[in-house]
Design a protein around this ligand. Structure first.
Ligand code: AMP
Length: 324
């Protein structure tokens, strides 16, 4: 129902502004760029803007966003926010100026916002929802190979290459639909997964220095000094969360990354079997059951969060069977 309403609104407006979350990732970038490309290919006369201060070296291959425009541009526009659970995480705050606002999201919903909401928490990515939107109205919409590439990028990155829990037969069917429209997967995977030499040295260092709590929480803490020593960007340091998955008996893994810009510590939380989003919410965060983010301010909070995570895993192991 809300999908039908969203299509009607897109048809009705001549100007559309797209928004996504802070700390951009492949999903929010792919979904916003993908929907923009679909709208432009279908209705070339419409103005569609994607404006965001944030830049990611890792995702630079997907191309730049639009240049900033005056506030007046927002005022008679339809705003579409994709992949953002709560309004405080929308990166471009001028979403507030839009005449009407649509929310399309797959996070666990804490605070509804917007005039029309299409939220499906069980979807593996927001890009999967954009692929589904195209699929539902494919007789009325145009999907270029560029749009398919954007959308496929987010489907791949948010699902750990179709590995995580939210992936269903429907996910793979929609991914196949994107591939049918011409995605150069060899080039895409090279962009996403090739690593520089210094990053691999850093990975080796992470394996040398990671810790495991008594009940099976693996973690690393990456200081600013360490980021400087290895010549890492903050984004590269944050990617370290991915190095900790796949440890037997460790049902939860955490990376604490010190940010020089905001004087905070970014926490990335991942798990299998056990849900960690409530833990993230306790520390100014949120997200999905098995992939969440949070923000803390000092080592004392880091110790408290680790103790909470350890207790959570302990309780899970005591009350469940069959985990690995
Ligand atoms: P990250 O580790 O930052 O990639 O976050 C994992 C997931 O949790 C992503 O889907 C984020 O959008 C979400 N997330 C991260 N930080 C927060 C936060 N502070 N509040 C709500 N959701 C978050």
């Amino acid at each position: 129902m809300s999908k039908e309403l969203i299509l009607q609104k897109i048809k009705a407006y001549s100007r559309i502004m797209l928004f996504r979350h802070v700390r951009i990732d492949g999903d929010c970038v792919g979904a916003t760029k993908g929907l923009k490309e679909i709208i432009k290919a279908t209705w070339p006369e419409k103005e569609v803007y994607l404006i965001d201060d944030e830049h990611s070296d890792y995702l630079a291959f997907l191309g730049p966003d639009d240049e900033p425009v005056d506030n007046a541009f927002y005022e008679d526009a339809l705003g579409i926010v994709i992949d953002v659970g709560s309004a405080d995480r929308i990166s471009n705050k001028r979403y507030m100026l839009c005449k009407e606002l649509i929310k399309i999201d797959h996070h666990i919903e804490r605070e509804p916002y917007g005039d029309i909401c299409w939220v499906e928490e069980e979807r593996s990515s927001a890009c999967e929802m954009i692929a589904d939107f195209y699929h539902t109205f494919q007789d009325q919409l145009v999907l270029t190979s560029r749009a398919a590439t954007y959308i496929y990028t987010g489907m791949v990155t948010d699902s750990g290459r179709f590995q995580y829990e939210g992936v269903t037969g429907e996910t793979l069917r929609l991914a196949a639909l994107m591939l049918d429209h011409g995605v150069d997967t060899e080039r895409l995977y090279a962009h996403l997964y090739l690593r520089d030499f210094h990053t691999l040295k850093f990975k080796a260092y992470i394996y040398e220095t990671m810790h495991i709590t008594e009940n099976g929480v693996a973690y690393v803490a990456i200081s600013r000094e360490m980021q400087n020593r290895f010549g890492l960007t903050f984004e590269e340091a944050c990617a370290s969360i991915g190095y900790l998955d796949g440890i037997r008996d460790c049902l939860c893994w955490l990376a604490f990354i010190e940010s020089s810009e905001t004087q905070t510590i970014r926490v990335r939380l991942r798990s299998r079997f056990v849900a960690i989003n409530t833990l993230a919410e306790k520390y100014r965060g949120g997200g999905h059951a098995c992939a969440s983010g949070a923000t803390i301010y000092n080592e004392e909070e880091m110790r408290a969060l680790l103790a909470d995570a350890d207790a959570l895993v302990k309780e899970y192991k005591e009350t469940h069977e069959g985990w690995l």
